[in-house]
Design a protein around this ligand. Structure first.
Ligand code: SF4
Length: 111
């Protein structure tokens, strides 16, 4: 008997995106590629690059086969190309290296 995979959730208490317009993480997509709101998508990625939950978020999105949105700094197409934890780690390092070029970050948190 095959056991159904249960979705995994993360504790979003420390998520940098928690207090920013969530629309930025869901830009218009076609076939997994960003079609519009390119600046917004890059801004979202720049926030993810600085988020303490990035690794957990990315791996959870891959595990849950999230079809939409930017999770852990990755678009749906980017997530399809990440198949191992090592590939996820390399993706995150690359994203963090270019975070300053993706957009300026001015995240104001309530706490
Ligand atoms: S990695 Fe990005 S999408 Fe995930 S919790 Fe952090 S800011 Fe939000």
């Amino acid at each position: 008997m095959t056991k159904k995979k249960e979705p995994v959730t993360i504790d979003a208490t420390d998520a940098l995106c928690a207090e920013i317009d969530p629309e930025l993480w869901f830009p218009s997509m076609e076939n997994g590629r960003v079609q519009s709101s390119y600046v917004a998508a890059n801004y979202a990625k720049s926030v993810c690059a600085r988020c303490p939950l990035i690794t957990q978020c990315l791996l959870t999105a891959i595990h849950n086969k999230e079809e939409y949105g930017i999770w852990g700094g990755a678009t749906p197409n980017e997530r399809k190309n990440i198949r191992t934890a090592n590939q996820a780690k390399k993706f995150i390092i690359t994203l963090q290296d270019k975070a300053d070029d993706l957009g300026s970050l001015n995240v104001k948190r309530k706490r």
